[in-house]
Design a protein around this ligand. Sequence first.
Ligand SMILES: [Fe+2]
Ligand SMILES: [Fe+2]
Length: 203
Amino acid sequence: MLTTGHVLEVFPGIGAIADRRLRQLSLDVWRYVSDRNPTWSDIGLIPLHPTLPIATHGTLIAHVAAMARLAETLAPLYRELWAQGLDLDTFRAAAYVHDAAKVIEFTDSPAGLQAIAGYNHAIEAGRIVRELGGPEGLAHMCEAHSFTGPLVLPRTRDAQLFLLMDPICLNVFPEQGPGVFERHLKANGWDAPQTLERYRPPR
Ligand SMILES: [Fe+2]
Ligand SMILES: [Fe+2]
């Protein structure tokens, strides 16, 4: 089981969410996923994906913390350059809950940690936020946050930005194996288009 104390310990930024309902929702989502799969007791042991070992690519905690911090970086930038006021509480809450359904998706098996085939943790996070009475805009940010799997087209400013932020906050680069774009294309079964001219790297 994941306790509320543990969730607050690994994600102290949840305490920085000023809106009481969004703060509570962030904790409720983690309790919800833990109820569905109680085998996880330490979020620090959850990788980005079973194919992305923590030793090379870091933990889910680091990814989530990066999402929250990137939102804090982008908010003043968008305000200054385009007079776009991003609601930081909404972005923080989205950061803390958007990948929580990986607790359900990733399960231990005799062959090691495995992801449930066909399980879409993004769409599931959106569904959970709605079921727990969270704001529709936040649910949509969650369901549309991933390039892996069939794309849920972002239909709001916040969801579009959040989808673009997600792959930035990954320590997954071509120098370490397949990069995020190669992985996302493969996950969707997309091959390189048959063009006459192909890019040739410099000799
Ligand atoms: Fe995700
Ligand atoms: Fe993510």
